[in-house]
Design a protein around this ligand. Structure first.
Ligand code: ATP
Ligand code: MG
Ligand code: MG
Ligand code: MG
Length: 471
């Protein structure tokens, strides 16, 4: 049976409520009291204090659907069927309560009984040293041994910076040979889109300290994460996360804006998916009070928005479109995230302002970049100079990765070292200017003039504060 995204979210949360879990709303994308993380990237991240015992959880069993941003996946977006910079992660958590047996049993029950996913389409992986998990899958759940794959630390040991971590076990869905690649070894763990990892069960047994030691936890925990979009791909039997009901509505709106059809041209399709994804990201980020800026998470927002704006131009969108299309996100996701609807005006205002600012200079910047690229190529140089890239950044608001991306499309690299030097030189100049003029307005940005009663409480992080705009 085919279920919608919003329906699946609710089915999952209800299922785990039925197993004694407290259902909580998604936490904001901005981490609270966590200097190790720029943006929330998993369901577990906001619950860290409960795992480490720093805080007492309201219940030993919780379940959430958490908004996540993973900029580390940005290169994949539009190219694989399964990655977004924004996605929703379903999760059930045990804080020193149940452990592997129950976590595995319930995951299997949810898939094979509630959702009726055919067992012959499912595979599981376990950490190569985790005999216990393998046994539970095989003996308790009767999963045949040839459907259980042992994997190494890179795939099956979960850790994100400091904090709780441990071995994990993943559930994969086989989408069939039509999604496979040419490799004779194409199987679970292959990078192609045939065997898709849907659910990750993390058996949190350790706490990793800031200096990299693994300390066993007194009470081991469970942390699971399942991409809602991937679950929907499996249940709706569609090609990619951009084809599931809610996201497809946005994708179609992108196509309509551009006056292009999907599935006509592979390159255009990548842009369409990328724009679709980035609009989701910027809409949710803005709704959580993040404002575009040149550092930290504000820079992530800025670069996603500008990247989307540029790809919009590539596929023929003439006018500003981000804010107007963000309304589709609000419409299709407000069920799970009422804050989208509540902050609608604010979101539209911020996105409109940011896109306006970029639009003023993008065409000029693009034509200058194009002429730089031609110059360099004519001169037989394989790269853009640091000062060329810096000027595009400084004067035309091109996030550097955008410049790099555009240069790469013409086979050029960018002299990043030179770029950093230009950046540093400018910083020194600015400092001197400030010292001279008793500068008062350092925190003033155009966004401070927005009178909408909402501000990001972000003031910059020691560890993730970006010294340069290169992420
Ligand atoms: P992959 O190997 O496919 O990149 P992952 O192992 O990095 O996924 P986890 O960190 O285990 O992912 O996160 C738990 C779940 O969240 C995954 O099993 C997947 O369903 C989902 N997920 C992870 N990254 C993304 C993404 N970029 N877009 C959509 N869903 C994602
Ligand atoms: Mg990944
Ligand atoms: Mg993985
Ligand atoms: Mg995983």
């Amino acid at each position: 049976k085919s279920y919608g995204v919003n329906e699946l979210r609710d089915m999952y949360l209800k299922f785990f409520e039925g197993k004694g879990h407290l259902r909580a709303n998604s936490f904001p994308l901005v981490p609270k009291n966590d200097k190790s993380l720029l943006l929330v990237n998993s369901g577990m991240a906001p619950l860290k204090p409960y795992f480490t015992g720093q805080e007492v959880p309201p219940s030993k069993r919780m379940t959430t659907c958490q908004k996540c941003i993973r900029t580390g996946d940005i290169e994949n977006v539009g190219k694989t069927a399964r990655h977004g910079t924004f996605f929703e992660m379903l999760g059930n958590f045990s804080f020193g309560d149940y452990f592997k047996k129950e976590a595995i049993a319930w995951a299997w029950e949810f898939f094979t009984e509630v959702l009726q996913v055919p067992k012959e389409r499912l595979y599981v992986s376990v950490y190569e040293e985790d005999d216990e998990a393998e046994q539970i899958w095989h003996q308790q759940e009767k999963v045949p041994m040839d459907r259980i794959v042992r994997m190494g630390k890179a795939d099956n040991f979960w850790e994100h910076g400091a904090g709780p971590c441990g071995p994990c076990s993943e559930i994969y869905f086989d989408r069939g040979p039509k999604y496979g690649c040419d490799s004779p070894d194409c199987f679970v763990g292959c990078d192609c889109d045939r065997f898709v990892e849907v659910w990750n069960l993390v058996f949190t047994q350790f706490e990793k300290t800031e200096d990299g030691r693994y300390v066993p936890l007194d009470n081991p925990n469970i942390d699971t994460g399942m991409g809602l979009e991937r679950l929907a791909v499996m249940m709706q039997d569609v090609d990619s996360i951009f084809d599931v009901d809610t996201i497809r509505t946005l994708r179609d709106a992108v196509c309509a804006k551009a006056g292009v059809a999907y599935h006509q041209d592979p390159k255009t399709d990548i842009s369409i998916r990328l724009i679709t994804d980035h609009i989701r990201s910027v809409t949710f980020m803005t709704s959580d009070g993040i404002l575009p800026s040149n550092e930290g998470r504000g820079y992530v927002l800025r670069r996603l928005l500008r990247r989307a704006a540029r790809h919009g131009r590539l596929i023929g969108i003439k006018d500003n479109f981000i804010a107007s299309l963000s309304q589709v996100v609000i419409q299709t996701s407000k069920d799970g995230y009422p804050e989208l609807e509540e902050k609608r005006d604010y979101i539209l205002k911020v996105l409109t302002m940011e896109e306006d600012r970029f639009s003023e200079t993008i065409d000029q910047g693009l034509s200058i970049l194009k002429s730089h690229i031609e110059e360099q190529k004519a001169a037989g140089a394989g790269l853009l100079t640091g000062s060329q890239a810096f000027k595009l950044y400084d004067t035309f608001g091109f996030p550097t990765d955008l410049t790099v991306e555009i240069a790469e499309e013409s086979g050029l690299t960018v002299d990043m070292e030179g770029f950093r030097q230009e950046m540093e030189a400018q910083r020194v100049r600015a400092r001197e200017a400030r010292a001279e003029s008793n500068y008062m307005g350092s925190k003033e940005t155009v966004y401070n003039q927005l009178d909408v009663g909402m501000q990001s409480d972000f003031v910059g992080y020691a560890s993730e504060h970006h010294q340069s705009p290169v992420l």
